[in-house]
Design a binder for this molecule. Structure first.
Ligand SMILES: [Zn+2]
Length: 99
C-alpha cells in the first residue's frame, strides 16, 4: 500500500489529501507540496513496516510493529512495572549519591 498522501488542486492552490481528507491548504509551489506529500508517504510507510529492533528492556532483538513498539513480547507481558519512561530513566542529569 503506497500513495496514501497526494497533492490535488483546490480552488487555485494545491493541497495535500490523505485519501479523501484534505490535511491542509497552501499557496506553496507545487514542487514543495509534492515534496511534502512524498515525505508524508515515506514516513507512513516506515511506520507501517515491521522492523527488527533491540528491546529497550532486555536488549533482545525482536520484530517491532512500529515506533510505538520498543519492547519485546515477553517484556511487555511482564507488566507495566517496567515502563521505560519511569523515574529511573529520567533525563534530568546524574543522580546525586548521598555521602
Ligand atoms: Zn525484552
Amino acid at each position: 500500500m503506497s500513495g496514501d498522501y497526494e497533492v490535488r488542486r483546490v480552488d487555485g492552490t494545491y493541497a495535500i489529501f490523505h485519501g479523501d481528507e484534505q490535511i491542509g491548504k497552501s499557496c506553496a509551489p507545487l514542487d514543495y507540496m509534492l515534496d511534502r506529500a512524498w515525505a508524508l508517504n515515506r514516513k507512513a510507510e516506515r511506520a507501517r513496516r515491521p522492523k527488527n529492533r533491540a528491546c529497550l528492556t532486555c536488549g533482545e532483538t525482536f520484530l517491532s510493529e512500529g515506533p510505538h513498539n520498543r519492547m519485546c513480547k515477553s517484556c511487555r507481558a511482564k507488566g507495566d512495572d517496567l515502563v521505560p519512561h519511569g523515574p529511573a530513566l529520567s533525563c534530568r542529569g546524574p543522580t546525586r549519591v548521598p555521602a
